[in-house]
Design a protein around this ligand. Structure first.
Ligand SMILES: [Zn+2]
Ligand SMILES: [Zn+2]
Length: 398
């Protein structure tokens, strides 16, 4: 059996992973501002930083300065955007929430529902002279626990309006029938029953990070295309499914500023996760194909900076997308080679490509294998019997 890419996966089933082979480049060193500073760019745009922001405003100011020099598109491109790193219990590490200060203080993503994360959020805002209760709007990029876990709780205690995709499942526990459908599908992928039982128990234990008992103050359901005004940012809601069906990005077209959640990450690839749609006879989403379509929506756009859900800000967005596409092509070939070699179920293929994995990682590996079978079916000569008792794939020989 082929040894895996060395996986360094998250331990929760519903999140993305960190294959070591996808570390495109080292995270950039971060600038910590330790003194008050006022910088006037050549175009006359003024940046003012306070020492209290140490650890909050990172290297982004440098990008903003460069972008402002290029074209003076905003009075203060990023000085009212604070990156708030919040701890998660997952191997991916911290999640980035973003606070946009102004008349309607806005938070993009919330972190998990845990006292550690909520305390960190409170302290970050206090350092900026704001209170948690000042938040008026909460924009969610997608409903994974690390991004939306505290959304209901914060909406309730801040009296803040919650903005989320109308496909989001952040408001309720996964119903038993939905879990059963997923369980049955994975059984048909060839995953052993005992492994599935343990993986699902692990996932259910993780729902404590979602604070589902809280009552949100108000909800705005988004479909994509809406505009949200945040002082000097005019955010357009973009639907970008793939990593999750409800994934949204918030884009200021004029400034080229993108809040991209887990669509783009600077040093890891987002996982195309398996979802069965309870509103549509539990039909399966085609996560990798959706993800590629979402990337295509960004290509050719003039983007100055992307603020991701994890890691440092991204300024070479088209370069990162090219590296993603190249990576996906390489991985697709690896799957094809194994199909041609005669491995015929998603589970066998997952083990061949990713190697022996622990519980949650086996789930992620099978989820990703199903996504690549969709891609192979579309682009290569393979056929997949999705309706059989066991899902099997074969090379089409002409
Ligand atoms: Zn995610
Ligand atoms: Zn994430």
């Amino acid at each position: 059996m082929q040894q895996a890419d060395s996986f360094n996966l998250m331990r929760t089933p519903f999140d993305h992973h960190l294959p070591a082979s996808v570390r495109f480049f080292e995270p950039r060193p971060e600038v910590h501002l330790s003194l008050s500073a006022s910088i006037e760019a050549s175009c006359g745009v003024k940046y003012r930083f306070n020492w209290n922001l140490t650890g909050l405003v990172r290297k982004e100011f440098k990008y903003a300065e460069a972008a402002a020099r290029k074209r003076c598109y905003m009075s203060q491109p990023s000085s009212n955007i604070l990156k708030l790193e919040l701890p998660t219990p997952y191997p991916v590490g911290n999640i980035n929430a973003y606070f946009i200060d102004g008349a309607e203080p806005t938070l993009i993503d919330t972190g998990v529902y845990s006292s550690r994360s909520l305390n960190a959020l409170r302290e970050h805002l206090q350092a900026h002279g704001r209170r948690l209760e000042d938040i008026r709007r909460i924009l969610i990029t997608h409903d994974h626990f690390d991004h939306a876990g505290a959304a209901l709780h914060l909406s309730e205690i801040c009296r803040a309006t919650l903005y989320l995709h109308d496909k989001s499942t952040a408001l309720a526990r996964t119903p038993p029938e939905a879990q059963q459908q997923l369980f049955n599908f994975l059984l048909r992928c060839g995953v052993p029953h005992n492994i599935l039982e343990q993986a699902f128990a692990l996932f259910n234990a993780g729902s404590r990070f979602a604070g589902l008992e809280a009552k949100p103050c108000a909800i705005e359901w988004l479909k994509g295309g809406e505009t949200i005004l945040c002082d000097n940012l005019v955010l357009t809601v973009m639907t970008t499914p793939g990593h999750s069906p409800d994934h949204l990005c918030y884009l200021d077209v004029g400034a080229g500023v993108l809040f991209c959640g887990d669509l783009l990450l600077p040093h890891i690839t987002p996982n195309p996760l398996l979802y069965l749609d309870p509103k549509n006879d539990y039909r399966r989403s085609h996560s990798l194909l959706d993800y590629l379509d979402s990337l295509e929506k960004l290509q050719g756009r003039s983007l100055a900076i992307a603020y991701p859900g994890h890691g440092s800000a991204i300024n070479d967005i088209s370069g990162l997308i090219s590296r993603y596409l190249n990576f996906i092509e390489q991985r697709k070939r690896k799957f094809l080679k194994n199909v041609v070699a005669g491995l015929n179920t998603p589970y066998k293929l997952a083990l061949a490509v990713f190697g022996e994995l622990d519980l949650a990682n086996q789930y992620l590996a099978v989820s990703e294998t199903v996504a690549y079978l969709d891609l192979l079916e579309r682009r290569e000569k393979i056929s997949v019997d999705w309706d059989g008792d066991i899902i099997r794939c074969t090379e089409i020989i002409i």
